[in-house]
Structures are given as structure tokens and as C-alpha cells.
Ligand binder design. Structure first.
Ligand code: AMP
Length: 566
């Protein structure tokens, strides 16, 4: 049975008109889906009506039902409004994977505002940029992250800081993740739980949001190294949450394991969005720890998980037994390449048949998924495992340098059009015009589609380094290296790494009369950037290789870096 001949409303665009991937859709799977909800808030209100007593979040020994989540987010939304938070305002969420993430997100929406997802690994320099760029007026952060936020706040538009303890909403205090966490309060801040308790039973003044309004700003970097806020709209969010549900066949009887970080689009949609839509319990565990995760699986029997492949590798490396993970029957990995051998090892060792998901921050999570239960092919030439096929309502084409469609089998850049593609970057019309011409996303990923409609990635146009799904932009690391007085030239590249897939390596040359060790330069970077970004190795050269016009030859450095990485 094939869907290839069915009428398709997006046909006739000069895309691959026969859309060969539709023939890969399992029997009964429609080519199109109609979004059931227009806004994240509408999606949530439907969940509250249908299943108020279902558990929505589990956090160690703590649990919040749908109704409790609704009441608590109502209370926080009311508190926000009382503090001057108005429709369209931005609320920064600077948290690990805790229940307060979901409470803050819903509260922002209920007050008519926008959530700004901030990586909790960010340091002062990164946080300043994000808060200023988004113009956030309220920040919700962990007590121990207030040390990062405190000095930054005066240089931003933030007028209200709400801190929260990761120890709230549970009593077990698992020392494996909470060993260094203790309760602390700071002058000039308010406490999330206290606010919730104070306003419990009250709700916000209704502030309707529209489908095209921004639901979440998720930051992604670019070749310039300056992060850009992808404007994931309510329409985008509702669509991709439903894609996960309908593609994989997830129901309210499923349980979701929150193994990916919530600030990243994979966790935001594949965990939170999906949980709010179904509704279904989402298991959160503060931060990633393989054995804590294993214990949560044994205790709560989750059925669905999506995470970067490194998370599965970490589970395998920690000696987790197959039987422990037996409840996980729907497993996906996205955000970074999966080596076919790794997929096999995870299957053999953990019994998990990890399926592929591919997407970007700008596609609000997946543009491609592997059909459930259908093996993804491996390309004979490159050895790459297919990243899947375009999901419902989505058209992907491979284009050459001139922007023209190339035939199946030929290499080009992936261009994506569909209801999950963001309308643009926050306050960045030039970057929007460049990356999203005519509403189509130019991904910067290079690959091909085979005649059967499977997509393969083989290269990147962008210099981005993909360290276990965390994206690092060389320019940002180079800028920090240049701040060191001894550094004359700096170039940063990705080098192969057995665990992280790729890791960060820097080459530098020094000003005459200056001396600095690689360790000192690593420490210099480490002090001002998130842990996943700083270079793990630095090589000092007399001069960096350059073209006659003076451009640093990254390609040559890459060959050198790869040789050194063995
Ligand atoms: P992000 O915006 O952080 O989600 O990063 C998006 C980028 O991650 C894409 O442009 C790809 O380069 C990479 N990526 C995402 N999913 C996959 C996958 N399944 N295989 C290989 N690379 C991936």
C-alpha cells in the first residue's frame, strides 16, 4: 500500500513533485495532518478538560497532576501580572529539568507572554546577551544560578527575579545529582513556590494568544557566532507536538522520559509539548545522570524517550541492564549523527531500537523522522545512517549552489518548508532573510535524498561543531580566545571524539614576547563559557596556515586536527 499517488496540497511547488518519501509512510498514515490546537494554551486547556487527574510531571518521589499544574501555573501567571508582566513580554527560564520549567512556561503563556529558553550551563557573558537580545523583563532561575545572573541583571531589562530550588517538588534529595545543591535566598528576589502558594486559587486576567504569536524563543547560533532567537510560534509548537504523537502513535497511556534538556528544542517539544498535548506523565530528573535516569525508568516505567545518542551511549557505558530499560518501547534520537555501529551496540546491549529524528531549532524539533518499525537504510558510499523521511505536511528538497533542485542521489543543501518552520529570528530581519528566504529554511546541512525518499546527511556547510547535540560555533570560542592578551590568531574546529561525536579544538599563534600554555588558554575559555563550548585541546603554532589573501585555512587545520585525534 502506498500513499505516493494521493493528492497532496503542497504539490506543484516545483519540489520533488512525486514526493517519494510518502511511499515510505506506513499503511494508514496520512500525508497530512490537521493541527488539533492553534495555541499552546488551547492545547493545555483541552488536556485539563480531558484528564485533570492524570499525573503530568514526576520528579523523583514528587508528582504533579494536570489539575495541580494548572492551578500552580495560574497562580504564577497571576503573580507575573501583578508584577507588571504584560502580553507580549518575555520571561527568561534559566532552569534545569525541573517541574518549575513547565509551571513557568504555562504561566508565561497564560499571562500572554513569551518564554525564553536559556541553557542552564550558560555563564555571565552568554546570559547577558540572551537577556538583552530577548528584552526579558522577568527571570526565573535556580538559586545556585543566581550567582551567574546577579551581576548581569543591571545591564538588562529584567525587573523581577524569581528564584527556585531544585529541591522543591520532591523529598528524596538524591545526592547523586543534588550533592552540591542547598537552599539559599537572595535579597531582591522572590521564591517561586512562595509566590505559587500565595496566589493559589487565583488566576491571571485572560490574555488571549494568537497562533502566530511567539510561544518560545529558543536560541541558536550562526556563522557570525551571535546567537539568534528562533521564534517558535504557538502554531509551530502545537504542530510538532502532534507530529510526535501521531507519527509514533503515542497516547495518554504512555509515559515520557525527559532525558533531553528542556531548554533545547528536542526536550521542549519531544518532552514538554508532547506531555501537555496528550496529556501524559513526564519524568524529570534535574540533570542528566545515567544511573539516576536508569532508576527513574525502573520506578516509573516510561515508554517513550528522545535524546541525543550520547545519552544512550552513557547508559550503555554505565552498565545499565537490558531488563531495567524494558519499558522503553518507543525510542528516538535526534540532534546529532548516529553511527550505524552505535545504533547496533545500543540495540545489543540495552535492547533499545533507537530510531532517527532530524530537525533544527528553526524547525521546532523534527522535520524528519524514521517511520516507527521501519529500518533506516545505511548509505553504501558514505556509511551514513538515514536521518529519516519528511514528516506530515513537510516538503524537503536538496538544492545546489544556485538554489536549484538537484535530482535524487545528488548532493546539495537541505531546504525545508512546513508548518514547523519558524517565521524568523527575533529582531533579526537580515538573518531571517538569509536563512529563511520565502519562508523556506536553508539548513546549512549537506546531504542527499535517495530515490526511495530517504534522506542522508553527509556534511555541513556551516562550521558548527556538534558536541553530543550541543552546538558550538567556532567564532564565539575564537572571540573569547582573542580576548587573551597573548593570542595573536585563533581558529577553532571540531575534531572526532569517541564519546561526544565531535569536540572542540583550538589552534592559536601568539604575539611576540608573550608566552601562555594550552592549559592557561583552556582555563581562560572555561571561565566565560558554558562547559560544552570551551576547547578541550589547544595547540600553539608559530603561525596559522592562511590563504594568500590572509584567510585562515580551516580545512588544513581540520586535517591536522583529525590526524592528531587519530
Ligand atoms: P539544533 O538547532 O541544536 O537542533 O541543531 C540542528 C542541527 O543538528 C542540524 O542542522 C544538524 O546539523 C544536526 N542534527 C540534528 N539532528 C540530526 C541527526 N539526526 N543526525 C545528524 N545531525 C543532526
Amino acid at each position: 500500500m502506498t500513499n505516493a499517488g494521493s493528492t497532496h496540497p503542497i504539490k506543484g511547488h516545483g519540489w520533488y513533485d512525486d514526493m517519494p518519501w510518502l511511499a515510505r509512510y506506513p499503511q494508514g498514515q496520512p500525508a497530512q495532518l490537521t493541527a488539533e490546537h492553534a495555541t499552546g494554551l488551547g492545547m493545555w486547556q483541552s488536556a485539563v478538560r480531558r484528564a485533570p487527574d492524570r499525573v503530568l510531571v514526576r520528579y523523583f518521589d514528587g508528582a504533579l497532576t494536570v489539575r495541580e499544574m494548572d492551578r500552580q501555573s495560574d497562580a504564577l501567571a497571576c503573580a507575573l501580572q501583578q508584577r507588571g508582566f504584560r502580553p507580549g513580554d518575555r520571561l527568561g527560564i534559566f532552569l534545569q529539568n525541573v517541574p518549575q520549567w513547565v509551571i513557568a512556561l504555562l504561566a508565561a503563556w497564560k499571562a500572554g507572554g513569551v518564554a525564553v529558553a536559556i541553557n542552564p550551563m550558560n555563564r555571565e557573558r552568554e546570559l547577558t546577551y540572551l537577556l538583552r537580545d530577548s528584552g526579558a523583563s522577568v527571570l526565573v532561575c535556580h538559586e545556585d544560578l543566581f550567582a551567574v545572573a546577579r551581576d548581569v541583571i543591571p545591564a538588562t531589562a529584567v525587573h523581577t527575579v524569581i528564584t527556585t530550588s531544585a529541591l522543591d517538588y520532591q523529598t528524596r534529595d538524591d545526592q547523586r545529582v543534588f550533592g552540591a545543591v542547598y537552599r539559599q535566598r537572595f535579597q531582591g528576589t522572590e521564591d517561586l513556590l512562595e509566590l505559587v502558594q500565595h496566589y493559589l486559587g487565583r488566576g491571571p486576567i485572560p490574555s488571549p494568544v494568537a497562533p502566530g504569536d511567539v510561544a518560545v524563543l529558543t536560541y541558536t547560533s550562526g556563522t557570525t557566532g551571535e546567537p539568534k532567537g528562533a521564534m517558535n510560534t504557538h502554531r509551530n509548537v502545537c504542530f510538532t507536538a502532534q507530529v510526535y504523537r501521531d507519527w509514533i502513535g503515542i497516547t495518554g497511556g504512555d509515559v515520557i522520559l525527559g532525558a533531553a534538556p528542556l531548554f533545547h528544542i528536542t526536550g521542549l517539544i519531544g518532552h514538554v509539548g508532547l506531555a501537555l498535548l496528550l496529556p501524559a506523565p513526564l519524568i524529570l530528573g534535574y540533570r542528566f545522570h545515567p544511573l539516576v535516569l536508569r532508576d527513574a525508568v525502573v520506578e516509573h516505567r516510561p515508554t517513550f524517550v528522545i535524546a541525543a545518542i550520547t545519552a544512550f551511549v552513557a547508559l550503555a557505558n554505565s552498565g545499565v541492564a537490558k531488563a531495567d530499560l524494558a519499558s522503553l518501547t518507543k525510542t528516538f534520537s535526534g540532534g546529532a549523527a548516529i553511527a550505524p555501529a552505535t545504533r547496533e551496540r545500543i540495540l545489543a546491549q540495552l535492547g533499545l531500537d533507537v530510531h532517527q529524528a532530524y530537525g533544527l531549532t528553526e524547525t521546532t524539533s523534527p522535520s524528519h523522522l524514521q517511520p516507527w518499525g521501519v529500518p533506516a537504510p545505511v548509505d553504501d558510499v558514505s556509511g551514513a545512517l538515514s536521518v529519516g523521511i519528511p514528516v506530515f505536511n513537510t516538503v524537503v528538497r536538496i538544492v545546489g549552489e544556485d538554489g536549484a533542485l538537484v535530482p535524487p542521489g545528488q548532493l546539495g543543501e537541505l531546504e525545508i518548508e512546513g508548518p514547523q518552520v519558524v517565521p524568523g529570528y527575533w529582531n533579526k530581519p537580515a538573518a531571517t532573510a538569509e536563512s529563511l528566504p520565502g519562508g523556506r529554511l536553508r539548513t546549512g546541512d549537506v546531504g542527499f535524498m535517495n530515490p526511495e525518499g530517504w534522506f542522508f546527511l553527509v556534511d555541513r556547510k556551516k562550521d558548527m561543531i556538534n558536541a553530543a547535540g550541543y552546538k558550538v560555533w567556532p567564532r564565539e570560542v575564537e572571540d573569547v580566545l582573542y580576548e587573551h592578551p597573548a593570542v595573536r590568531e585563533a581558529a577553532v574546529i571540531g575534531v572526532p571524539d569517541a564519546y561526544r561525536g565531535e569536540t572542540v579544538k583550538a589552534f592559536v599563534s601568539l604575539w611576540p614576547g608573550h608566552d601562555v600554555t594550552p592549559e592557561e588558554l583552556i582555563a581562560h575559555c572555561r571561565a566565560t563559557m558554558a562547559a560544552y563550548k570551551y576547547p578541550r585541546t589547544v595547540e600553539v603554532l608559530a603561525d596559522l596556515p592562511k590563504t594568500t589573501s590572509g584567510k585562515i585555512l580551516r580545512r588544513e587545520l581540520r586535517v591536522r586536527g583529525e590526524a592528531a585525534a587519530g
